[in-house]
Design a protein around this ligand. Structure first.
Ligand SMILES: Cc1cc2nc3c(=O)[nH]c(=O)nc-3n(C[C@H](O)[C@H](O)[C@H](O)COP(=O)(O)OP(=O)(O)OC[C@H]3O[C@@H](n4cnc5c(N)ncnc54)[C@H](O)[C@@H]3O)c2cc1C
Length: 322
């Protein structure tokens, strides 16, 4: 029988798809995409399953799992990475080859191919800073096209692909900084170690022995509100200006959640879904949670924050049903 998606996603929920194929090369990705798109309506492209909540009751879902690997040097700081490479391995590769720009994004789970989808980011860095182009099999034409940075419409945890384009990224090219002064590799290694330690303290590095990491990371994006609205919030609310004029302000979703009375570790009744004990922004599977329990807790958080602050929290992960 095909493997249940709960075994292939970090939050550990999701039923059995009707088909699951693994693509080990870019050409296999193209062949599987063409065949599945030709005769199926409900399909999913799956990387590391770290930003996805799948229903336990699937009717007819076809899954293409991306596992094509390889990192090529194309020039000064210019690399092409196959979509199935583990993102953190890419970070480590770059540090060890003296390429700078992504070390602050150490420890983010998932694959290279998914990284542009939501423009992953952490500690002041985001993928858009180093993204050059990618190859994308477009569901509209069934053909591969090259998407340059300007085609991607990157925003905060967003891109044209997340927003409206359907298809599969097969490889990504990045432009990193090379020709670094002596000692830079050591500095980058130190930065990586620092970030990994900080992330682990918040349950944000995958660890099979830590239930707080059975999550999708942040479950909600930090809301962006007008400066005028932000002034109605308590002055201690953590807020960051999003543009030079300061018209748009990003508010800490974790702060909003805690201030609306939701405590770390909260579980509803006998639900096995719970707020992480380390970070109010992560919804976790404490062991045996159902997809409905995860969604029920997410709704509860949204309702509490809306009732307290009048802000609708938007979930970060994709929800998959069929
Ligand atoms: C503990 C933890 C910490 C996290 N911390 C961060 C963080 O600091 N910053 C951050 O930005 N994110 C974070 N995340 C979220 C997650 O790591 C990223 O979103 C990551 O890029 C998801 O990669 P994935 O391969 O697991 O994608 P999946 O979960 O498999 O897929 C996510 C979405 O991308 C689509 N997709 C996957 N592969 C492709 C492809 N090749 N082509 C087109 N679409 C594709 C899927 O269909 C789905 O819609 C965290 C998650 C966890 C569990």
């Amino acid at each position: 029988m095909t493997q249940a998606l709960r075994e292939l996603t970090t939050i550990g929920v999701g039923g059995v798809p009707s088909e699951l194929v693994v693509a080990k090369t870019r050409d296999e990705l193209l062949a599987h995409a063409k065949r599945i798109w030709y005769d199926a309506e409900d399909w999913l492209v799956l990387g590391g399953g770290s930003n996805i909540v799948v229903s336990d009751n699937l009717l007819d879902l076809r899954v293409i799992k991306v596992e094509n690997k390889g990192i090529e040097r194309l020039g000064q700081g210019h690399i092409r990475v196959q979509a199935g490479e583990n993102w953190d391995d890419v970070v480590n590769y770059c540090i060890e080859h003296g390429l700078a720009g992504i070390e602050s994004m150490s420890g983010i789970p998932g694959t290279m191919g998914a990284a542009p989808v939501q423009n992953i980011g952490a500690y002041g860095a985001e993928l858009a800073d180093v993204f050059l182009r990618c190859e994308f099999i477009d569901h509209a034409t069934f053909e591969p096209v090259i998407l340059e940075k300007e085609d991607m419409d990157f925003g905060y945890r967003n891109s044209a692909i997340k927003d409206h384009m359907m298809g599969i990224i097969t490889w990504v090219e990045l432009q990193l900084v090379s020709d670094l002064p002596a000692g830079s590799t050591e500095l980058m290694r130190r930065r990586r170690a620092e970030v990994l330690e900080l992330r682990a303290s918040k349950g944000m590095v995958l660890d099979p022995n830590d239930r707080d990491t059975f999550s999708c990371g942040s479950f909600f994006v930090n809301p962006i509100v007008s400066a005028r609205f932000a002034r109605t919030l308590p002055p201690e609310a953590p807020a960051w200006p999003m543009d030079e004029d300061g018209d748009q302000v990003k508010i800490s979703a974790a702060w909003l959640i805690e201030q609306s009375g939701i405590k770390k570790g909260l579980q509803l009744g006998d639900s096995k879904a719970g707020i992480s004990t380390k970070h109010a922004l992560a919804i976790t599977n404490r062991g045996g949670a159902t997809s409905n329990q995860v969604i029920e807790l997410a709704r509860f958080v949204q309702e509490r924050v809306a009732a307290t602050f009048g802000i609708n929290l938007i979930p970060e992960p994709s929800f998959i049903t069929s």
